[in-house]
Design a protein around this ligand. Structure first.
Ligand code: MYA
Length: 629
């Protein structure tokens, strides 16, 4: 189908001028978005599926085929590790006790250390298991199905605590610290401060280099640090004053350090009292004139923000893995109940209301698990471009697990509400997952804005041509017109039906249609809002939701196709789940993309803004009861 822009190009001179005006305006707004805070990035092709849907393109390299990341050897090693881990959970770890005492007793801690569960991805030369992301994913899924509190202790340690050393450490730093974090010493990631949570560049902790360059003097405090009270080794982010080589001015730039509790001036506060994940330790950390040796700089001065973001990106799929396990556990409990509970003369599994719940819970778990293995597999195969997908996996998993746990409780009814059922603990544990490691709200905006920025960067070259249309008429008529339509997603409807199992071709076509509409809608939003799109959170959230629905559809199509092609015992079941997911995701996307273009709905957004302002100004719900007092 021809797009509106390409139809204009093909028609009259008047319409051609309209095309130029439209695109000049569009390109100007694109440029404005690109320089939101930073210079426009290079016009670089991304291998990320999610990035490319913002241009209306289906880039399938990192989606189909489903990544096969493990060698025979790795599979066998993994299988040998699974049963000892399950044994510790069934015989030693007691989630109820952990929750009650808000701690993990010494015997249980030691059992996890002995297994190597604290250093799953540390190379063997430093005392770890040397596992890849996919192997880690499988183990974490088991952790998540047993005890999320333990998951946080393990995750805060290795997913973020020492991950910076693994990714950015010098050989000396690795030798010195990875051996310690694999051998009984806890690590923690210290980013959040009393004055910020989401706004990670607003770091106030400060480190000033000594005049002889031998060390930095670190001051400041960090808040809500998981493992904070137990850790000996911290990855700390602090601002360092440094000279801008271009302007000569002194600027404060976020920088990463490895800080040892043994350094004078490092202290931590008492454990926080939390709603859930109680056995994990959360505490404030204080740094008072701490002398951090220069060799403990992690990466280069001023690179700390990127390092922090990349550590978080690198570990986020772990949350999807853990929560896939949690959902499995909740579903199992709900199904056991539905299979035996009789009401109104029938097992409750026979009722449509229960069937819909179970089916939806199962699909959410299937999608989450697919995301975890898709992302970890791609990472193992060398992908460097997974930050949007990782953010999506975290948002999707934590929203889904919350809903699945809630519905499990609903299926159990009154029994589900009782402490003995164990689901209320899981629910309390789960609540934080939508908040930490980047709130879901912030990560949705991150997905939308990063995608928009990427789509915009592709029009730089064309923008130059439009600055001098006479001289570049050929370019505009020829290549540029083609690129303009393609770059913004206005080419023919992207199709990848040929890449999936024939039984899923129709679903792939639906997803392709979503990608086309998505690219067009992103373009339309940019034309309309220009740089102001960064402040249109009602719209950005709907774009993010559409990106999530579209990416998850592609991922399950890939996984179910693999199952169908390999004729696995559950292939038909997976195929039905994938089809159902794609149909519903495509109609949500159609709706969400319609909403952001419709005056009626935009007016509703204004009304919502107004309602919120009224409440905030009153500081409460301002209306009286209908009784008038
Ligand atoms: S740890 C604390 C977690 N905290 C956060 O996650 C902070 C959230 N905030 C942010 O992520 C950022 O501040 C946001 C951007 C996204 C808001 N990847 O101008 P900008 C680049 C790559 O947009 P800002 C915890 O909770 C961007 O492209 N690059 O920045 C413990 C730009 O680059 P350029 C990124 O508006 C929980 C530049 O940075 C990313 O200031 C314990 C500036 O961008 C990114 N993500 O903010 C969990 N973001 O200059 C335990 C930005 O080139 C683990 N950029 O254009 C549990 C695990 C599960 C269990 C495991 C069991 C074993």
């Amino acid at each position: 189908m021809m797009s509106s822009a390409s139809r204009i190009v093909a028609q009259t001179p008047k319409q051609f001028n309209k095309f130029i005006n439209l695109n000049t305006r569009y390109l100007a707004t694109q440029a404005a978005v690109n320089v939101k805070k930073h210079e426009a990035k290079e016009n670089k092709e991304s291998a990320s599926f999610t990035m490319n849907i913002f241009r209306g393109q289906a880039q399938m390299d990192q989606v189909i085929p489903f990544p096969k990341a493990l060698s025979q050897d790795q599979s066998e090693t993994l299988q040998m590790t699974i049963s000892p881990l399950e044994k510790v959970f069934s015989e030693i770890n007691d989630p109820v006790k952990n929750d009650e005492i808000s701690d993990l007793d010494e015997k249980t801690r030691q059992a996890f250390w002995d297994l190597g569960a604290f250093s799953i991805q540390v190379p063997e030369q430093y005392g770890g298991l040397g596992f890849c992301n996919t192997q880690y994913c499988r183990l974490v899924e088991i952790v998540g199905s047993n005890d999320l509190g333990v998951g946080i202790i393990l995750g805060a340690h290795q997913s973020i605590g020492f991950k910076g050393i693994l990714l950015y450490g010098t050989p000396e730093q690795k030798q010195k610290y990875l051996t310690r974090v694999s051998n009984g010493e806890y690590a923690a990631f210290a980013l959040t401060e009393p004055s910020f949570g989401s706004d990670a560049s607003a770091v106030k902790c400060r480190a000033v280099k000594s005049s002889d360059g031998s060390h930095y003097v670190l001051n400041g405090s960090k808040l809500w640090i998981s493992n904070g009270g137990w850790a000996n080794i911290f990855t700390v982010f602090a601002k360092v004053p440094m000279k801008n080589t271009k302007t000569g001015e002194i600027e404060e730039k976020v920088t990463a350090f490895i800080v040892d509790r043994a350094f004078d001036g490092v202290t931590s506060g008492p454990p926080e009292h939390k709603m859930g994940i109680k056995c994990s330790n959360t505490a404030a950390i204080y740094f008072e004139d701490v002398k951090v040796p220069a060799e403990n700089l992690l990466g280069a001065e001023g690179e700390g923000f990127k390092i922090a973001m990349n550590i978080l990106n690198n570990g986020r799929f772990g949350m999807a893995a853990a929560l896939s396990g949690t959902m499995q556990r909740c579903i199992k409990q709900a199904v056991e109940h539905a299979n035996q509970r009789v009401q109104f003369g029938k097992k409750i599994r026979e009722f449509g209301g229960i069937q819909e719940k179970i089916a939806r819970m199962a699909m959410l778990q299937y999608v989450t698990q697919s995301l975890a293995y898709m992302i970890s597999g791609n990472m193992d195969l060398g992908s460097q471009e997974y930050q949007l997908e990782a953010a999506i996996s975290k948002v999707f998993a934590s929203d889904s697990a919350w809903w699945v746990c809630d519905e499990s409780i609903q299926i159990l009814g009154g029994m589900g509400y009782m402490k003995d059922a164990g689901l209320e603990r899981v629910m309390r544990d789960l609540r934080i997952f939508r908040i930490f490691e980047g709130t879901n709200d912030i990560l949705r905006l991150f997905v939308a804005l990063t995608g928009i920025q990427y789509a915009g960067s592709h029009l730089k070259e064309l923008q130059k041509a439009f600055k001098n249309p006479t001289a570049n008429l050929g370019l505009i008529f020829g290549e540029a017109a083609k690129r303009a339509t393609k770059a913004v997603g206005l080419g023919p409807t992207p199709s990848f039906a040929n890449l999936v199992h024939p039984s899923l071709a129709e679903s792939a076509n639906m997803t392709g249609k979503s990608i086309e509409t998505f690219g067009q809608t992103v373009e339309g939003c940019l034309i309309k809002y220009g740089r102001g799109i960064v402040d249109e959170q009602f719209i950005l959230n709907r774009l993010a939701q559409s990106a999530i629905d579209t990416y998850t559809s592609a991922v399950v199509l890939s996984r179910a196709s693999k199952a169908m092609n390999e004729k696995t015992p559950t292939a038909e079941h997976e195929m039905v789940m994938a089809k159902t997911w794609c149909t519903e995701a495509a109609s949500r996307t159609k709706y969400n993309l319609k909403v952001v273009k419709s005056d009626k709905y935009l007016n509703t957004f204004n009304q919502l803004r107004q309602i919120s302002r009224n409440i905030c100004e009153a500081g409460k719900c301002p209306q009286q009861t209908p009784l008038g007092f």
